[in-house]
Design a binder for this molecule. Structure first.
Ligand SMILES: [Zn+2]
Length: 280
């Protein structure tokens, strides 16, 4: 580590060299962004589906728990009926041996009461049986849903794996390039600034060119004197509106290996087509 640092500090890069490296780093980073965008919402979608499945599984557990409670209540009410039934039989038996009509009436009231207990318990049992049926249906529907979602999830996962596999080699190569550039860069302060601007900027652009006298990031006009300073490449100049690092169009073309005359021709051709289109 120490030797690497010493190596880095061996020769201070010129501002122009730093700008070239930063622009290269920007190009590589943009390409990495593009690959990640290909995966798009898939990783999130997979996550959402996994969360949904976990939610359905919790629901299934809850149904099982509620069903067990209901079955316990069912047993309780059935027991109540049996007990009341036995009491009625006992009281009816007693009625055969009463000494007076008051005793007989009291037993009658007792029997009536037991009858009400049985009626109430039967109603509870009916209600519980209905709820149990609903729960059973809910369980079946939830199980079907889980099975379907599991299939969807597997398909999505496979799709994501395919895209990752297809782009992994490219991404690894770009990451290696990006690391190599950062290795060469011996201005940690500027590198940190680059990363910060990139993180905050729309489209991840931290280094932009001047395009038609305007900042390539926010499209605000750049004064002629400032453009001249940028072309000098003697200091790092940022856009006063958006804070992005500005490089001149020539540096952009040189780094990307675009021939100057070809670069100059392109906008003309574009204008011609546009005029033609407007004429039609
Ligand atoms: Zn700007």
């Amino acid at each position: 580590m120490a030797t690497k640092k010493a190596e880095k500090e061996a020769r201070e890069l010129t501002v122009e060299e730093k700008l070239r490296l930063l622009f290269k780093l920007q190009t590589v980073s943009t390409e990495i962004d593009r690959i990640r965008n290909l995966r798009g919402e898939l990783p999130l979608e997979v996550q959402d589906m996994e969360d949904e499945l976990a939610g359905k599984q919790t629901r299934l557990d809850k149904i099982a728990e509620e069903t067990a409670h209901m079955k316990a209540a069912l047993t309780k009410f059935q027991h109540e009926i049996e007990t009341a039934q036995a009491e009625i039989e006992r009281d009816q038996e007693r009625q055969n041996n009463v000494h007076n009509s008051r005793e007989y009436d009291d037993l009658n009231k007792q029997i009536e009461y037991s009858g009400l207990v049985i009626e109430a318990a039967k109603k509870h049992i009916n209600d519980i049986n209905e709820s149990l049926q609903a729960k059973a249906q809910d369980k079946e529907e939830t199980q079907t849903l889980i099975a379907n979602r599991k299939e969807d999830l597997e398909a999505k996962k496979a799709e994501l794996q395919t895209i990752i596999a297809e782009t992994k080699a490219d991404e690894d190569k770009l990451r290696a390039e990006s690391n190599a550039i950062e290795e060469q860069f011996n201005d940690d302060y500027l590198l940190t600034a680059f990363r910060r601007i990139r993180k905050n900027a729309r489209n991840g652009l931290a280094v932009v060119t001047i395009d038609r006298d305007a900042c390539g990031g926010c499209f605000n006009k750049i004064p002629a004197q400032r453009q001249l300073d940028i072309r000098q490449r003697k200091k790092v100049i940022v856009c006063e509106y958006c804070g992005r690092i500005l490089v001149d169009k020539e540096l952009h073309d040189e780094v990307l290996g675009i021939a100057p005359e070809k670069a100059a021709e392109e906008p003309k051709a574009e204008k011609k087509t546009r005029k033609k289109a407007a004429a039609k």
